[in-house]
Ligand binder design. Structure first.
Ligand SMILES: Nc1ncnc2c1ncn2[C@@H]1O[C@H](COP(=O)(O)OP(=O)(O)O)[C@@H](O)[C@H]1O
Ligand SMILES: [Mg+2]
Length: 341
């Protein structure tokens, strides 16, 4: 490329401030990107010292000079930090300073490339903030569920069991004519205890740590699928068990995916496949139901919380989550969580 064309390119680049400094740090060239990002025209800025772009605290700390010294020592310096526009507002900049030497090794000046990263930084921080919030939320939810499970277990179930025992004593004292009534009461108490146990079992992923994820999922399916009118298949292709934290996350996502199959799919079979992929755990929950039907809400962009929660849980754990139609009909929720977040 002829030099003039190259020069045109540099001068015309909008997204990067590209300019040069003399060996003392005075500005000797300017491009349109620099004007756009920093707000100075070429006429205003030529000859000025590049420290005008630095906030007062950086100037007081001698940062501009230090950066030039590092660039000379190492040939190049990269920095991210606040810089000033002409109007005094700050932007988050990515800065690369390159020391330019001639053939005799004499310092001729510096090339400086600056990018405005304000938007990117804002987006990253918003994302981080959201992640933090969701992590707290998920943790709080798990804690609360566990607490409720213990309360139900230690309190409600124990009381009901005590009621059952008193009924037995009562049955022995009452005459034969009251036996059917007592039996009915006794049945009612047993049913209540069973229901409460089921509630505890759903609230607190049962012994994932002791029995492993696959058995916990299989036990849940054996209980829930018939109640949902679903046949179920579990394919265990795991080469190794995920760690306990990851297992709980997988279990929760699986629960929500299964609830969706029950609520929306009108399927006859649900299949859960677990495999070890890429040093992580890949899980697929597939159904043979109606497939992805765009509801009015979905079309209107109104997000449903189930989908968001599943995705957030997976992403918070450092993994990914997708929901898609299956080629043969029905849908498939697939997600992957790394072994170490
Ligand atoms: N297995 C599925 N089969 C068909 N449609 C589904 C399935 N899972 C989810 N959907 C669709 O996606 C929508 C969003 O799901 P979700 O975010 O869990 O919210 P909700 O279950 O409260 O409706 C559902 O309303 C439904 O239209
Ligand atoms: Mg749902």
């Amino acid at each position: 490329m002829p030099e003039s064309a190259f020069q045109l390119l540099v001068e015309g680049v909008l997204d990067y401030a590209i300019f040069m400094l003399d060996p003392d740090g005075h500005i000797v060239s300017w491009n349109i990107g620099a004007e756009r990002i920093k707000g100075y025209t070429e006429a205003e800025v030529l000859g000025r010292h590049f420290s005008v772009f630095y906030p007062p605290e950086d100037i007081a700390a001698g940062k501009p000079e230090r950066e030039l010294e590092s660039a000379v020592a190492d040939g190049r310096l990269e920095d991210e930090g606040w810089r000033l526009r002409k109007d005094g507002t700050r932007f988050w900049a990515n800065v690369v300073i390159t020391a330019l030497f001639d053939g005799d090794g004499r310092l001729r000046g510096f090339g400086k490339v600056t990018r405005d990263m304000t938007e990117r930084r804002r987006a990253e921080q918003a994302l981080l903030e959201r992640r933090r919030l969701v992590t707290h939320l998920v943790e709080a939810q798990e804690l609360e569920r566990r607490r409720i499970a213990w309360d139900v277990h230690d309190d409600s179930i124990q009381s009901m069991v005590a009621v059952g025992m008193r009924l037995q004593l009562l049955a022995d004292r009452l005459g034969e004519e009251h036996a059917p009534t007592v039996r009915r009461l006794d049945d009612a108490v047993r049913t209540a205890v069973d229901r409460l146990r089921l509630l505890v079992f759903r609230l607190r992923p049962p012994e994932i740590a002791d029995r492993g994820l696959v058995r916990a999922i299989t036990a849940y399916l054996a209980d829930a699928a018939p109640a949902f009118g679903l046949d179920h298949v579990v394919r265990d292709e795991l080469e190794r068990e995920p760690p306990a934290d990851t297992a709980v996350t997988i279990y929760r996502i699986f629960q929500e995916a299964l609830a969706n199959v029950h609520k929306h799919a009108r399927a006859s079979t649900v299949e859960v496949r677990l495999s070890t992929v890429d040093r992580g755990t890949l899980v697929e929950v597939s159904d043979d139901g109606v497939g992805v039907v765009m509801s009015a809400d979905l079309q209107a962009g109104l997000e449903h919380f189930g989908m968001i929660e599943m995705r957030e849980r997976a992403e918070t754990a450092g993994g990914w989550w997708t929901f898609a139609a299956r080629p043969g009909g029905g849908t498939s929720v697939r997600f992957w969580l790394p072994t170490t977040p």
